[in-house]
Write a protein that binds this ligand. Sequence first.
Ligand code: ATP
Length: 259
Amino acid sequence: MSDDLLTISDLYKRFGGVTAVDGVSMTVPQGKVMGLMGPNGAGKTSLVNLVTGFYTPDQGAVDFAGTDVAGLAPHLISRKGITRTYQNVRLLSGFSVLEQVVAGMYSSRKASSLSSLFFSPGERRERRACTERAEDLLDRVGVSERHELAETLPYGTQRRVEIARALATDPQLVLLDEPTAGMNTEETVAVGELIISLRAQGLTVLVIEHNMRLILDYCDLAYVMSFGRVLHQGTPQECVDDPEVQRAYFGRESDASGI
Ligand SMILES: Nc1ncnc2c1ncn2[C@@H]1O[C@H](COP(=O)(O)OP(=O)(O)OP(=O)(O)O)[C@@H](O)[C@H]1O
């Protein structure tokens, strides 16, 4: 059996005259942290949108754990074990931290809508179980706040809540879209450590990042995209050292220490 949890083959997505994803093939090995780098507009988020069902591919296959999920609806892909966070925090306004994470479990809840109406003993039990699980997930991502409104918390904490909510779907593969955007150094290191802890818990992670330190320090492997295509793949250091990658980022070669 293949060690690859995700295999993307010859994937295309066009928007009018723009080919956002232009024949991308990529593999993400089980249990690894894969970085996805590339300049603005390279097609990274589009690729994640294709893998998670937010976009329908024009062509190509997305094999996840032996099943082609290309073109399935987002909630079906989520149930198969792929979860994601977004480039901009998308928490529910007016909900507490705990409620945000419980909401993330919605698709896996068993209680019927009728029993929900009458708060049957089964429903109460399930609510309790969801709350306990949400508390556990918040512990895993290092968030101690529970009943505060999520939007009142510092940005770095909101990002962690979002990761807890993503984990609430009980995924095998976690796609993080620029999880350290807008964070200071301390918060960025904390996200790196969190990613490593997810890997230690058996999860596979694909992380889009512009922060090269995060890629170099916390990813096992990386891909670099440019103009919708894979420009380079290898260890993070190989990617950063590659002259073509440096040209794509800076328009010239530069050594990794300058990144
Ligand atoms: N829904 C859409 N409609 C039209 N064009 C789109 C759409 N989604 C993406 N694109 C275009 O596809 C190209 C790739 O965008 P994408 O957001 O995937 O790049 P990215 O590598 O994630 O960039 P960034 O690092 O800035 O987030 C861009 O030219 C973008 O404008």
